[in-house]
Design a protein around this ligand. Structure first.
Ligand SMILES: [Zn+2]
Length: 321
């Protein structure tokens, strides 16, 4: 059995693990904060160190290569990250730099593509030929896996489902567009909507969770207050479900998927989010598509990107996963 180091580079954390080529085993799972403000080279060195730490814990195994998942946009053929404002990379040859540093062949793909590919390979969407997934955190990423292959489009942009417009005159998104799903339902967007309501007089216990420092309100705190029975927090969660449900309904009508998998911190809201989300999709999308589709939380919490990055290497190098 050969093993692949899977690396998931996020804006907050870098995670690495050594994965068996059939996905049956994950060894040496290690993680460190990204600390992007230290600059591109420091981040690069941290990635190399983490990969080595993971391989050291998998001592004795045959390591065949390294699969990298990185924020994009990027070029999967040249292995170059075109632009990541959060990490300070511009036209950065990440795949070759990392491959050379580790002395291993390497592949590069988008981080969200990797996460959803991981969920298809070993997680909630296992065995399905029609999968679309959302990764919801600081931003909203997505991945489309059709017949066991990531659908990347002609220039590796496909799957940016966080940037579908759900309101053509809506909230400004970091990408420059107006009304993107991400501007409503990412973690920071959920917190921002909650704070806006408080500032316009909403009756809620939320400020007590942060000692009246509204800048400390996060999506997680909103879910916590909703679980504790705060009506306003519950309303924010329901609005989130409505926005996400609108996005999922678009996807369901366009792709007619068997599984829509939703990954990330937002799944902590549990059925308080998923029940109204499914209701919204049912209300909006075509019935035969809704009836055929499962909308489920991801199963590989914290490791989907590592599994997926390794699976991309396996598929690109040996043809099948
Ligand atoms: Zn956008």
């Amino acid at each position: 059995m050969r093993y692949i180091v899977g690396i998931d580079i996020g804006g907050t954390n870098i995670v690495a693990g050594t994965v068996a080529e059939d996905g049956s085993e994950l060894l040496g799972l290690v993680s460190q904060p990204t600390i992007a403000e230290q600059g591109a080279d420091a981040v690069m060195q941290r990635i190399v160190k983490l990969a080595r730490a993971s391989m050291a814990q998998a001592r004795g195994k045959e390591i065949a290569g390294v699969g990298i998942g990185s924020p994009g946009p990027l070029n999967t053929k040249t292995g170059i990250v075109l632009l990541t404002p959060n990490l300070g990379w511009t036209n950065f040859p990440l795949r070759d730099r990392l491959g050379q540093a580790l002395g291993l062949p390497a592949t590069l793909d988008n981080d969200a593509n990797c996460a959803i590919f991981g969920e298809w390979w070993r997680g909630a969407a296992r065995g399905s030929d029609y999968v679309v997934g959302f990764t919801i955190g600081t931003g909203i990423g997505g991945g489309i896996v059709l017949a066991g292959k990531i659908y990347r489009g002609v220039s590796d942009v496909a799957g940016e489902i966080g940037h579908m417009s759900i309101d053509s005159n809506g909230r400004r998104c970091k990408c420059g567009n107006d009304g993107c799903l991400e501007a409503y339902a990412s973690g920071p967007a959920i917190a921002a909507r909650a704070v806006e309501g408080i500032q316009t007089g909403a009756d809620t216990s939320l400020p007590r969770y942060v000692k009246d420092d509204l800048s400390k309100i996060t999506a997680q705190i909103v879910y916590e207050a909703a679980h504790d029975g705060d009506e306003y927090a519950l309303e924010v969660v329901h609005d989130t479900a409505k926005f996400l449900g609108t996005g999922v309904a678009n996807i369901v009508n366009i792709f007619n998927p068997e599984v829509v998998v939703i990954c990330g911190g937002v799944t902590l809201a549990g059925e308080k989010l998923f029940a109204p989300l499914r209701g919204e999709v049912k209300r909006r999308a075509f019935k035969p598509a809704v009836d055929a589709c499962r909308i489920v939380p991801g199963e590989l919490t914290g490791t989907a990107g590592v599994y997926g990055a390794a699976a991309v290497f396996v598929q690109r190098t040996w043809g099948t996963v």
